[in-house]
Ligand binder design. Structure first.
Ligand SMILES: Nc1ncnc2c1ncn2[C@@H]1O[C@H](COP(=O)(O)OP(=O)(O)OP(=O)(O)O)[C@@H](O)[C@H]1O
Ligand SMILES: [Mg+2]
Length: 314
């Protein structure tokens, strides 16, 4: 069963189509990234799936519930971090958490307090539990909003730019939390982000959207494969000399050999890096090359993203 499945999901604002017949499926326990330029329709998609706004066309199920027929069930199954987390500024951190925990049906006071302590401890906010949220920094508010989103232990988590405003250590905490929730607790995470390195590290699959439509969907590796025909093996050497270059060029698998004199290293374009690398290493060693390291170079998800968006615009 899918955690999220949409069919022709569409949202218009007057005559403007923000989300245009979107089809996506997210499996249980998957971390699914929604990427795309500003205004692509990511937040609008998330808001429809969390039943904060309704679609103008199409349908979706979330945790097995139809978003139009059973919005209450959907809301109970989902924790959401919105772009501008609306916390009650005049209440303390603890009061905010308590309010939402109660609203989400954690009626037992001791249980509620234990859960709040666990989360505020995790986010290093317990000491500040009695401070008004208005006095919090942006990052502290963001952490509190994430804590609030997961207070009822939802099966699904929708996160809109969770690391925005967080320092590097806090951003890593959030990444680790997402990993833990998906891998150990099999929670499904739908993540909107502009942070492509995060998406690459975290997401099982990503969907790039533009102007409300799906441009491409796949694993980060599949997206990379779409933009590069051939992998490149980079061999860092103590020194590069003509014998070494000739030895690399003599290999049938080597399609193109270039030298980076700065490093120094050899860049060898190959059909298949798995089968070519051992041969290449052997040839270089025989030519008396001193190898310092060998790496298969992959384009970054960012490069793939930029190229795929550009192709789509043309
Ligand atoms: N309530 C609304 N009324 C009118 N237009 C809206 C509304 N909400 C969103 N839109 C429009 O829909 C489009 C998609 O917006 P959305 O917020 O979903 O983009 P996004 O992909 O989340 O962008 P960003 O990366 O900047 O957060 C934008 O053109 C936006 O102006
Ligand atoms: Mg957005």
């Amino acid at each position: 069963m899918f955690s999220v499945a949409t069919e022709g999901l569409t949202r218009k604002f007057n005559s403007f189509t923000a989300v245009d017949h979107l089809n996506l499926q997210i499996g249980e326990g998957e971390v699914f990234g929604l990427l795309g330029p500003n205004g692509a329709g990511k937040t609008t998609t998330l808001r429809m799936l969390a039943c904060l706004i309704s679609p103008t066309e199409g349908s979706a199920t979330v945790a097995g519930y139809n978003i139009q027929q059973e919005p209450l069930k959907v809301r109970q199954s989902v924790g959401i971090l919105t772009e501008n987390p609306s916390l009650y500024e005049r209440l303390t951190a603890f009061e905010n958490m308590n309010f939402f925990a109660e609203a989400y049906g954690i009626t037992d006071k001791a249980q509620r307090h234990a859960r709040i302590k666990e989360l505020l401890d995790f986010f290093l906010l317990w000491d500040r539990r009695n401070s008004k949220v208005a006095t919090f920094s942006k990052g502290m508010k963001q952490k509190l909003a994430i804590a609030r989103a997961i207070v009822h232990q939802p099966q699904l988590l929708f996160l809109d730019e969770p690391s925005s405003g967080l320092d590097p250590a806090s951003a890593k905490e959030i990444r680790d939390l997402m990993k833990m929730l998906s891998q150990h607790e099999k929670r499904t995470i739908l993540l909107c982000t502009h942070h492509l390195e995060d998406a690459d590290k975290l997401c099982n699959r990503v969907l790039i959207m533009n102007k409300g439509r799906c441009v491409v969907v796949g694993t980060p590796d599949e997206l990379r494969a779409k933009i590069t025909e051939h992998p490149t093996v980079k061999v860092d050497l103590e020194t590069v000399n003509p014998q070494i270059v000739a030895a690399a060029e003599a290999l049938s698998q080597a399609q193109e050999v270039t030298i980076d004199p700065q490093e120094p290293s050899l860049l060898v374009k190959v059909e298949n890096s798995r089968s070519a690398t051992p041969q290449l290493v052997e040839a270089i060693v025989q030519a008396k090359g001193k190898i310092l390291s060998v790496n298969t170079m992959k384009p970054s998800l960012e490069e793939a993203y930029l190229k795929l968006i550009k192709e789509e615009e043309q």
